[in-house]
Design a protein around this ligand. Structure first.
Ligand code: SF4
Length: 240
């Protein structure tokens, strides 16, 4: 499967592009293209509808896991996934995700966490680092006023019916390989009906981080991974 040739709408160096390519490659290799249904979150991630050559449905803000639940329950043979940013998933939609996780819905939830509400103008999101400057925190996020950043992969892993929860990143070739394996496993859990699978993909947003893509990658390596360690936070074991 190749992505649709419609001209790229993401900013240069945006990690959405990398993640799209990984998903496309995986679905192609696994032969899942005919069965795939994507549910787009609100924000930059809603752009995905233009690029994937399978059905992608736009969910209302924060509601992607509910929409995915309805599709999966109606069409259990489909490979259903949500594709959301941290603003959509962790702010407006955190309760929706946690309830889907508690119910153990057989869906895969993907979150590109770039630590900012990029789609609405670069405001602070629940995962913004303490001290990080955004368009709504000009002096940096204050822990006293806004609390500390939410750790999604760890939080989702605590829900009883979650089969798999992992945080990955796309900043170097080995990390990309690990991300691809994590994506594969997440979809295999769905295939087996073992519960909700969740992947948090750490990414970057050069325009709203006010830096170049290369500088963003360095920030991720040297600053962000300290707060958001990569790893598997839940893994019940794939049934063969
Ligand atoms: S604003 Fe940020 S997240 Fe949105 S397309 Fe540009 S780089 Fe990507």
């Amino acid at each position: 499967m190749t992505l649709n040739d419609v001209g790229w709408g993401y900013c240069p160096g945006c990690t959405h592009s990398q993640l799209h390519a990984l998903i496309a490659e995986l679905f192609d290799q696994q032969g899942w293209n005919e069965r795939a249904v994507g549910v787009a979150g609100f924000g930059c991630s809603s752009e995905m509808q233009r690029y994937f050559p399978f059905k992608v449905i736009q969910a209302p803000p924060g509601q992607a896991p509910s929409v995915a639940t309805g599709i999966k329950r109606s069409f259990p043979d489909k490979m259903v996934f949500t594709y959301q940013g941290d603003g959509d998933l962790a702010s407006r939609g955190l309760d929706v995700l946690m309830h889907a996780a508690a119910r153990g819905e057989s869906i895969t939830v993907l979150c590109l966490n770039n630590l900012v509400m990029a789609g609405s103008g670069g405001q602070m999101s629940p995962t913004t680092l303490t001290g990080q400057v955004t368009t709504s925190t000009r002096l940096g996020r204050s822990a006293a006023r806004s609390g500390k950043p939410v750790k999604l992969a760890e939080m989702v892993a605590k829900m009883p019916e979650v089969a798999f929860s992992q945080r990955v990143a796309l900043h170097e070739p080995q990390a990309v390989q690990r991300a691809k394996l994590a994506l594969r496993d997440a979809f295999l859990y769905q295939e087996n009906g073992q519960g909700l699978s969740f992947i948090e993909v750490l990414g970057w947003c050069p325009p709203y981080w006010d830096c170049t893509p290369l500088q963003a990658r360095e920030q991720l390596k040297h600053r962000i991974l300290k707060r958001f360690p990569l790893g598997i936070y839940q893994n019940v074991g794939l049934r063969k």
